[in-house]
Design a protein around this ligand. Structure first.
Ligand SMILES: Cc1ncc(COP(=O)(O)O)c(C=O)c1O
Length: 416
């Protein structure tokens, strides 16, 4: 049996509202089991982590389970999984912690392709200690960021290379393993923003060469929090600012304040839901380890989303053909062109404001927002300034009916 998108959709209460959601890269819809895990946690006896009362033990078990789940999802050591408010907050904190080990003249590489959450924290951190920021540029015509683009900025003074696993604006998946190998040769750490990638592909942090990997469960069917994964040894070598009475152990010393236990329980439920998406490896007896089921399920979802992406690309090409027959110029430009990419398409409409397309579609129950999506540098580099373009993102619950509605809506917009 293949991927049953109808069965998957039935698990998402929000889809009953009838909206076609192409806004997943901003935040996905949530399955019933994730919402139930959050609610169950909040309606069961719960205290701060500890071992004396049942309520304390419940909180402790939730934290350990969520670390194990994220370890399985990312192929990471659960002892190096840190939870936080958001990827942005975790990255600011970690950048500040790392910068305390830098000296004036040290260098940090950021890329023009990245979300601002993997740029600005490094800029502030560098500024604070007199380190130099070097920019790796992507090619706006091809949407590619190559290993050479990053390697030419490397030097013996490079301390960190901050690079995205996949662009949330264009979908581009840079060759992170090659970039990481080049960075490691120079003794630099590699920080990978996996927020967009984790929602769309099986991830193995070791294979990526990521020393530190950050992601956000609310992009992969989970609740609103952030996760950072690193080797426990690396975390042991760092001294974050923290409250005096809070634990000094790893990863606890990176987790500021009380953890959102209910969101951690929801994160575990999201990982379990993802692991069950390929029915051939996830019958009720649960064949294979969760890591194996995740790898198989995410590969299945990747194929499903890729099939839909091709349908959209073909549909857009048809819209252009009819526009060129009528007026003589293409009506839609697709900027997502990288050889390796997620099913996320950035579109502009020559002579038309993408914000108008966004509103036009929204009135027809199709959510495909326009903006920079905080990939501000990339948007400017593409010539879209601070207004951005229209983004169409696919998710495990997207189906052919959604795609039909998107293409019809875009056709009507272009004819309007
Ligand atoms: C690629 C990418 N990185 C980072 C972020 C920021 O994540 P968070 O909202 O968890 O701070 C986002 C959010 O859109 C993103 O898409």
């Amino acid at each position: 049996m293949g991927y049953d998108v109808h069965a998957v959709r039935a698990r998402f209460p929000a889809l009953a509202a009838g909206t076609a959601h192409f806004d997943g890269p901003g935040g996905s819809q949530v399955p019933d089991s994730v919402a139930a895990a959050v609610a169950d946690t909040l309606t069961s006896p719960l205290a701060n982590r500890g071992s004396v009362t049942a309520a304390e033990r419940a909180a402790d078990a939730i934290v350990l389970a969520a670390r194990a789940a994220m370890g399985d999802l990312l192929g990471a050591d659960p002892r190096g999984v840190v939870f936080g408010r958001s990827m942005t907050a975790l990255t600011f904190d970690l950048a500040r912690t790392l910068a305390a080990t830098w000296r004036p003249g040290d260098e940090v590489i950021v890329t023009r392709l990245d979300h601002d959450a993997n740029i600005r924290p490094w800029l502030y951190a560098a500024q604070g200690v007199g380190a130099t920021v070097r920019w790796a540029e992507f090619d706006p015509r091809t949407a590619e960021l190559t290993v050479a683009d990053v390697a030419r900025e490397l030097s013996s003074r490079t301390r960190v290379v901050a690079v995205t696993g996949a662009s949330n604006l264009l979908g581009t998946r840079p060759p992170v393993p090659l970039i990481a190998a080049a960075a490691h040769e120079r003794g630099a750490l590699v920080f990978v923003d996996g927020v967009h990638l984790t929602a769309h592909a099986p991830v193995d942090v070791a294979a990526l060469g990521a020393d530190i990997y950050a992601c956000s469960p609310y992009k992969f069917l989970g609740p609103h929090c952030g996760v950072l994964a690193a080797a426990p040894d690396l975390l042991e070598s760092l001294t974050p600012e923290k409250l005096a009475p809070s634990p000094d152990s790893v990863p606890e010393r990176f987790e500021l304040g009380t953890l959102p236990y209910e969101l951690l329980a929801g994160t575990t439920a999201a990982v379990d839901f993802l692991a069950g998406l390929d029915p051939t490896v996830s019958d009720s007896t649960g064949t294979g380890s969760r890591r194996e089921r995740l790898t198989a399920s995410l590969a299945t979802v990747e194929r499903h989303e890729e099939g839909l992406r091709h349908r959209i690309e073909d549909g857009l090409a048809d819209l252009n053909k009819s526009a060129m027959n009528g007026k003589g110029r293409p009506a839609v430009t697709v900027h997502s062109r990288a050889g390796s990419r997620t099913p996320t398409l950035l579109l502009s409409f020559p002579g038309r404001d993408p914000q108008d397309a966004y509103r036009f579609l929204a009135e027809r129950g199709v959510n495909a927002p326009a903006g920079t999506f905080y990939a501000l540098e990339a948007s400017r580099r593409l010539g879209f300034g601070d207004r951005g373009a229209l983004r169409v993102g696919l998710a495990p619950y997207t189906d052919d009916g959604d795609v039909d509605r998107l293409l019809t809506g875009l056709g009507e917009f272009l004819a309007s």
